[in-house]
Design a protein around this ligand. Structure first.
Ligand SMILES: [Zn+2]
Length: 307
């Protein structure tokens, strides 16, 4: 199945290089320079080589890294963003961040926000979406997420701030009002206890929102909510519905450049729609069923659609 990832990356790299050569990235950079928009970028678990290249590229092209604290002031109208402001965040608290991201952000002094599902960190450290076959053997000897001790250690670094990603990575529209309050309140309480710092940022798991979250977030003292909508943060953006551009974990660097400059979604979305149409052809039912069951295909698909 790795062939699928190789094919996907080869295709996306060619498409990204064509996009860059067409001048779209250069024009997007020009717009970023001449506006007061913030470029919000989020990752899940990038490899060190890709992440380092991204940081170097952003630095070389004059982007100004801002922290979550700066972003809160900006989205609430109390501060003007610097030109080419960029805010980096990471969802889920993958354990590999310890070696792939933390040394890089410390070396380059880049502020980042880690969105943490507190119950997974305090519990078995397994991401449910990677273990949906319920294999008990797998469950006993690995962790996907940081340990509590590791989170406490990285939260002490001045480059790193911590935000909530619920307790159990629950998709908030699926929750009752009581469950929603628990997930937002308990995760904030636990993260503040562990880090000794205020937790004012929240990221919606898989980016889904149904509108009830804002009141609860505001009443609990959160100052912003981050979605997965691919767009820039402008002066008029709702602080509780902040968009972010996704950069996939193991994608080719030219594709990452297109993602970071906000030109990738309009380029790749027609191909995603085409793929969906092909999979909807009745004669391909068995192929579709096979792909849906394959975990590596699911990973490739999540990387491509940006969730
Ligand atoms: Zn997540």
């Amino acid at each position: 199945m790795r062939v699928i990832m190789l094919f996907r990356n080869l295709f996306c790299e060619c498409l990204a290089l064509i996009t860059i050569a067409s001048g779209r990235v250069r024009r997007a950079q020009g717009r970023a320079l001449n506006s007061l928009n913030v470029t919000p970028i989020y990752f899940h678990n990038p490899n060190k080589r890709l992440f380092t290249k991204c940081i170097r590229w952003l630095k070389t092209h004059g982007y100004a890294f801002i922290s979550a604290e700066d972003l809160i002031e900006i989205v609430h109208g109390r501060q003007t963003p610097p030109k080419r402001a960029v805010w980096l965040s990471f969802d889920d608290g993958a354990r590999d961040l310890l070696t792939s991201v933390v040394p890089v952000v410390r070396r380059y002094r880049v502020p980042v926000t880690l969105f943490i599902p507190s119950g997974i960190i305090a519990g078995d450290g397994l991401f449910p979406w990677l273990h949906d076959n319920g294999s008990e053997q797998t469950r006993s000897d690995i962790r996907d997420a940081l340990t509590l001790l590791e989170l406490k250690q990285v939260a002490q670094y001045q480059e790193i701030s911590v935000g909530s990603h619920t307790v159990s990575h629950s998709v908030t529209p699926n929750l009752t009002d009581e469950q929603l309050l628990f997930e937002l309140e308990e995760s904030k309480r636990a993260l503040e206890l562990w880090t000794g710092r205020d937790v004012r940022c929240f990221a919606y798991p898989v980016g889904q929102v149904d509108g009830r979250e804002r009141t609860v977030l505001a009443s609990l003292g959160y100052s912003l909510g981050a979605t997965t909508e691919a767009s820039f943060i402008a002066h008029s953006t709702d602080p509780y519905l902040l968009p972010r551009f996704c950069v996939g974990d193991n994608i080719p660097f030219p594709e990452a450049i297109c993602c970071m400059t906000g030109v990738w979604r309009p380029v790749i979305n027609p191909f995603i729609r085409l793929f969906r149409c092909i999979c909807a052809i009745p004669v391909l039912t068995s192929l579709r069923g096979y792909l849906v069951r394959e975990r590596e295909f699911q990973s490739v698909w999540r990387t491509t659609i940006g969730n």
